[in-house]
Design a protein around this ligand. Sequence first.
Ligand code: NAD
Length: 296
Amino acid sequence: MKVGFIGVGNMGGPMCRNIVRNSNHEVVVFDLDAAAVKACTDLGASMGASVADVAAACDVVITSLPMPKTVEAVALGEDGIAAHAKPGTVYIDLSTNSPAVAKRVAAGMAARGIQMLEAPVSGGVPRAVDGSIVIMVGGEEALCEAQRPLFSSFSGEVVHVGEVGMGSVAKLINNMLAFCNMSAAAEALMMGAKSGIDLRKLDQVISNASGNSAGYRSIAAKAFAGNFKPAFALDLAHKDLRLALELADELGVPGMIAPQVMSLMRMARGMGMGGDDTASVIRVYEKALGQEVRSG
Ligand code: NAD
């Protein structure tokens, strides 16, 4: 089978390379960033000339793109996938999207005889690299089952969560929780730094105690090392939280915690950290208090 992969950045790149490594599929990639493409072609993928070129040539087309509007343009635009893929092509979007845009894209694809699965992922770059990433799939269950071998070539857990839209719902709820955990961890770690406690000892306690979470572990590791190079850019996390807050509003669920995290993200972006890693939220505390949370 010929698999197209459009958007081979921090997440798409390693997932694409795992398909190349772990399956017999011919993989064709396209990205606006030549270095990102090269990291995949070096491993055996071939390079597509454009979105339209990849769409026309492939049986399955996958995207992993930054914003809902990017996904919509690449999927439904004049030079996009729907306009150029053959009827019968399967389209899989791994991006974090809004449920409404996912549904709109699926409808546009269906009008051209293309079936779609929305399949956002969770686990960050490390789990995209080691192939254990979790995929939450919205779309027809039989189609999800048919694509399970392809999913298995780059993920450890595939959960069919319902119709198109429900993948995004699961993803946005998960990320809202992760960002709340991470922001609480930023506050906790700053308390640790101010108290004078040995941060490694505090970390040993939290990692084995009830305060532990994936968000805590991620921000502690990055803060201790002072490494805010973007594995998950704050701008993308801000997009996810904005979409989650919109969903909460649609559902009538009162936000007590997530809106505060949104304010923290706005401060970090306002301080110029949007392109840095999401863990940069801790630097808002650092700058406000004039103290860093570092540990060797
Ligand atoms: P990224 O910015 O590293 O990668 C996106 C890639 O898409 C880039 O290489 C960019 O050049 C390319 N691109 C943008 N517009 C394009 C276009 N029109 N045509 C072709 N290529 C285009 O972002 P990422 O961190 O890999 O995130 C991708 C998606 O996965 C986002 O929706 C994000 O929210 C989601 N996500 C990210 C993480 C994470 O930890 N980074 C985790 C889970 C989900």
